[in-house]
Write a protein that binds this ligand. Structure first.
Ligand code: FEO
Length: 394
């Protein structure tokens, strides 16, 4: 993709990765690809804000060259050192050796360690400002959103916020702006991104939004480092982040289960019917054929999670483990949980699943439908009633 002017003499010079399907190794699936957004601000001084993933270095260089020779770059701002944004950094610094690097203390330490080199660093803190001439860059440290080094860059004269990962979405698209794309699809991807990456840091997200509000920053455009740029309605994503950071959810439930000979499957369906009978929107995921990241994304705005497993070797089915491990790490906010399952001669699954949900900070209810061997009609009716009861708690 060629350079795109997003504001007067401010350009998107990033890259679109149409083929990537996983992020953070194989944990987070990103079926729609992603973009690595890098921005070039041309003023009396020239600043490049963030770079791209290493394999896309040549695209970044070509895009910058369309606008300005690389030796004209005065500042390289590194909002975040993760490889998808800093991979091209060493090459850019070779081509623009005169550039000063603006970043946090942690980012400086990280860049030196990642790339085993040293450059002309200027460490910045919240409210520090660097003038480019007509415009200026103001920095806002954002530690643990989502790494210790993270920060946002703000261009006051344009009311432009460059928050790196925050407010982003993993979606490869030929569009650059929210008013060009399918906004429902973009919001779904933004939610999935929040749930899979930012959920554990929700309290920090809420605090950062309060801090930015208190600073009185005017925001007309938010240009994150993944996905589309928010220019039509930037507060849409800020408000969504506020809701997600508070753990606000809808009248929805997610049922996640697996089954060996369909006993737990029948129970899952009966619970689903019970929820639905009370007007709760419910979605069923058989974990072995589902995408864990999609389930996590779906859980973001669901009040309840219901998890079922058959017992095998006195424990839950091993296929449940990766999903539950992910959940424990993400610590979803304000969720109600229910567990259920079938067993043969001895139980064990529901206790393990309950423990994992509690480790994830989920409030697990006492109701715990279980069935020996194949659930009877009465046992399925109990599952149905458990679904109805859970609906009353949502
Ligand atoms: Fe934290 Fe987009 O990397």
């Amino acid at each position: 993709m060629a350079a795109v002017q997003i504001l007067d003499k401010i350009y998107w010079v990033g890259a679109v990765d149409w083929n990537v399907r996983y992020f953070h190794g194989p944990t987070y699936s990103i079926r729609k690809g992603t973009t690595y957004n890098s921005y070039l601000i041309v003023d009396e001084k020239v600043a490049l804000v963030d770079t791209v993933f290493g394999p896309f270095t040549a695209e970044l260089v070509e895009n910058i060259k369309e606008v300005i020779p690389l030796e004209k770059i005065d500042y390289v701002v590194v909002n975040h050192i993760e490889s998808d944004h800093s991979g091209a950094f060493p090459e850019i610094m070779k081509l623009a050796p005169q550039a000063r690097v603006l970043c946090t203390q942690k980012a400086m330490e990280g860049l030196k360690k990642h790339f085993q080199g040293d450059w002309d660093f200027q460490v910045v803190k919240t409210k520090d400002t660097v003038s480019l001439g007509r415009r200026s860059l103001t920095f806002i440290e954002a530690p643990m959103l989502h790494w210790p080094d993270s920060m946002f860059t703000y261009v006051e004269e344009e009311a432009l916020l460059l928050p790196n990962d925050a407010f982003g979405q993993h979606i490869a698209t030929s569009y650059r702006f929210d008013d060009q794309a399918d906004i429902n699809q973009i919001m779904d991807e933004a939610g999935k991104y929040y749930a899979n990456i930012l959920w554990p840091f929700s309290r920090l997200v809420a605090r950062k939004i309060e801090e930015i509000t208190a600073m009185g920053l005017k925001i007309k455009m938010i240009a994150p480092s993944h996905g589309i740029i928010w220019r039509n309605d930037p507060m849409r994503i800020v408000n969504a982040y506020s809701r997600w950071a508070k753990g606000e959810a809808c009248k929805k439930a997610v049922i996640v289960y697996d089954t060996m000979w369909e006993s737990t499957g029948k129970m899952a369906n009966a619970i689903l019917q019970g929820l639905v009978s009370q007007g709760v929107e419910a979605r069923l995921f058989k974990v072995s054929v589902s995408d864990t990241s999609e389930i996590i994304g779906e859980l973001l705005e669901s009040k309840a999670i219901v998890v079922g497993s058959p017992t095998i070797n006195n424990d839950m089915h091993p296929v449940m483990a990766p999903f539950l491990t992910d959940l424990v790490g993400l610590k979803p906010l304000n969720k109600i949980g229910m567990v259920f399952g079938s067993y043969g001669w001895k139980g064990g699954a529901v206790e393990t699943v309950k423990g994992r949900l509690q480790e994830a900070g989920i409030q697990v209810v006492e109701q715990q439908p279980v069935a020996k061997w194949v659930p009877t009609k009465d046992e399925l009716q109990e599952c149905y009633h458990a679904g109805q009861w859970l609906a009353s708690q949502i």
